[in-house]
Design a protein around this ligand. Structure first.
Ligand code: HEM
Length: 145
């Protein structure tokens, strides 16, 4: 199912907010993730210190290209490769989704309206589906080797 125009418009309208608070949101995201889902911590054992910055940039790039996903093809390939290398699986995506939405609420407060949170939830799981499908292909082809 493609994203609705309303979701696309709402996500795009949050770009300035993300530019201002993106790093605070992704830093908070990791705190929430590791507290609520401690089993995810080990996946990041080799991650660079600026991983929140990397994720903030990825989220901002996604928001900017949400109506032009072809522009994200190379980024999707890099993310999928990093996820397969670190053994990220489909069951981890709802955990990160929950942590991202909680972090948006914590950092943005009342500015995170129900409309914004709903739009981001849809947008997150849309990208998650793209990544999960690509990662499944990569896992399957490495098993076939
Ligand atoms: C839509 C959701 C997600 C986005 C946009 C995203 C984004 C990214 C990006 C941009 C990178 C860096 C890729 C590179 O090295 O070039 C990355 C790496 C990584 N991500 Fe994700 N990610 C997502 C979901 C997840 C989930 C669900 C997990 C598991 C809890 C996860 C765990 C990791 C790990 C472990 C790395 C590698 C860190 C390292 O370099 O060792 N990600 N992700």
């Amino acid at each position: 199912m493609p994203l609705s125009q309303q979701t696309i418009d709402t996500v795009k309208a949050t770009i300035p907010v993300l530019q201002e608070h993106g790093l605070a949101i992704t830093s908070r995201m990791y705190d929430v993730l590791f507290e609520k889902y401690p089993q995810t911590r080990a996946l990041f054992s080799g991650a660079p210190e600026d991983q929140p910055k990397i994720l903030a940039a990825a989220v901002a790039a996604y928001a900017g290209n949400i109506d032009n996903l072809d522009a994200l093809k190379d980024a999707v390939e890099r993310m999928a490769a990093a996820h397969v290398r670190t053994n990220v699986k489909s069951e981890h995506y709802p955990m990160v989704g929950d942590a991202i939405l909680t972090a948006m609420q914590d950092v943005l407060g009342d500015a995170a309206t129900p409309e914004i949170l709903e739009a981001w939830k849809e947008a997150y799981f849309f990208l998650a589906d793209v990544l999960i499908k690509r990662e499944e292909e990569l896992y399957a082809s490495s098993e076939a080797d």
